[in-house]
Design a protein around this ligand. Structure first.
Ligand SMILES: Cc1cc2nc3c(=O)[nH]c(=O)nc-3n(C[C@H](O)[C@H](O)[C@H](O)COP(=O)(O)OP(=O)(O)OC[C@H]3O[C@@H](n4cnc5c(N)ncnc54)[C@H](O)[C@@H]3O)c2cc1C
Length: 412
């Protein structure tokens, strides 16, 4: 008799778990709350699905247990993942270390997974929310759905994802399912998300995209630095460098700390080189009006904001303002401090930080509280940086949970 496995949630992790368990000989039922499987997957990588990254250094992940996270990521490594997708018929391409389906369409990844699930006769039950998991007789687990159905399984894999990208009106019950079984939940915050700023001039910068070095400053102490394309919005800042440390900002704000971001629009100039640049510009621009003097420094909207912040007028003559005042204005380009009031909501976030802690699961992602219950994907307290790390976590943890769920054997 084959092992019977229920997988809750048909996202990247759940589908990978279901495929692994079914390929190993299990009879698998995959429950999905939405009307179709893999909805989030279609939105990934701007519709291109950045499914992994060749640089799998554990430093790209935020986790309380890097050793266990590494074990999981090694269980299905990047090359294993590529081989697996190749084996299912999907070619993979690399761009600067980032991995995508060769078609550059996220829908290809989903179609390939769906096809494989059909081949393996996985029973996919869509539009069906699981509302409870309970212990049953003979070491089995009972799965209850919202429509009142109850079925028992040898193993259950909880791969419900997180609240990220859900609309405010959507109810997310994944953490409740885990908590009802005795698991704790590390506080969950939006991650890979935009930051909102206190400054009232953000509107005048909206739409500007530029290269910058950003430093997260907590309670006045400089922390993580990120460089890349900064995007200004009506309410604050966005772009990959902002996303990368947004989860740190979210936790800092949760702890009521003072959070700011220092923006350096001239990251390629160290302080000495920048000083030389400002002196040279002053020498050649003394006779100009301030607005003309700043032309060519940065985007017009940034220059206008700098004039506004200086309290001067664009028509003021540089020589009249004096070297000290001009230096003060120019150094704002090197260090513009923005005060962060909040991070955007879960709806705008690409992932969540927090969830079921790794110290409550075994080396094979089995619950240490409930035998034969496994976790995979974002519901676990592991989140990665932008760049394919979150999907690789979903593939690897799904694969590990799917394999481990097979180990259940009926008592003799
Ligand atoms: C816009 C966007 C772009 C992204 N781009 C990338 C990218 O390019 N690269 C990358 O690595 N990561 C990216 N991510 C992150 C990545 O998509 C997620 O980390 C990953 O999909 C998580 O997979 P998961 O299976 O754990 O969760 P999910 O994909 O969220 O799947 C969980 C599933 O469980 C279902 N479910 C929940 N509760 C229940 C229940 N009680 N009963 C039944 N079903 C339930 C949900 O409906 C959902 O379908 C992106 C995320 C977003 C939002």
């Amino acid at each position: 008799m084959s092992v019977e496995v229920a997988v809750i949630g048909a996202g990247a992790a759940g589908m990978m778990a279901a495929i692994t368990a079914a390929a190993g000989g299990a009879r698998v039922v995959l429950y999905e709350k939405n009307e179709r499987v893999g909805k989030k997957l279609l939105a990934t990588g701007n519709g291109k699905c950045n499914l992994s990254n060749v640089d799998m250094d554990i430093a790209h992940y935020y986790t309380a247990d890097p050793r266990l996270a590494t074990c999981v990521l090694e269980e299905l490594s990047v090359s294993d993942t590529v081989r697996l997708f190749n084996g299912m018929g999907m070619m993979v391409k690399e761009k600067k270390g980032y991995l995508y389906p060769f078609s550059e369409q996220a829908s290809t990844v989903l179609d390939i997974l769906r096809l494989r699930m059909e081949e393996l006769l996985i029973e996919v039950v869509c539009g069906c929310e699981v509302v409870a998991i309970e212990r049953a007789e003979y070491d089995k687990l009972r799965v209850k759905t919202v429509d009142g159905n109850i079925d028992s399984y040898d193993s259950v894999i909880l791969a419900c994802g997180s609240r990220a990208a859900l609309r405010k009106t959507d109810v997310f019950g994944g953490y409740r399912l885990a908590a009802a079984l005795g698991h704790s939940i590390v506080p969950v915050v939006p991650a890979l998300v935009q930051l909102r700023c206190r400054e009232n001039y953000m509107k005048s910068l909206a739409g500007v995209r530029c290269q910058a070095l950003l430093t997260l400053v907590t309670d006045g102490i400089s922390g993580q630095k990120e460089q890349g394309e900064l995007q200004f919005t009506e309410y604050g800042i966005s772009g990959i460098p902002v996303f990368q440390f947004s989860r740190l900002a979210a936790y800092d704000l949760l702890e009521k700390r003072d959070v700011a971001v220092d923006v350096d629009f001239f990251p390629d100039y160290d302080d000495t080189a920048y000083k030389e640049l400002t002196e040279e510009r002053y020498r050649f621009g003394e006779g100009k009006a301030l607005a003309d003097f700043l032309l060519g420094m940065a985007n017009k909207k940034i220059n206008r904001t700098m004039i506004l912040l200086s309290g001067c007028k664009g028509t003021d003559i540089v020589a009249r303002l004096g070297k000290k005042k001009i230096e003060e204005i120019l150094w704002k380009y090197k260090k513009l401090r923005l005060h962060i009031t909040s991070v955007n909501s879960f709806e705008q976030a690409q992932v969540c930080a927090g969830g079921v802690p790794l110290h409550e699961v075994s080396e094979s992602l089995e619950s240490l509280l409930i035998p034969h219950l496994y976790f995979a994907g974002e519901i676990l307290d592991v989140d990665g940086r932008c760049g394919g790390y979150n999907l690789q976590w979903a593939w690897s943890s799904g694969h590990m949970a799917g394999n481990a769920a097979l180990r259940f054997r009926l008592p003799d």
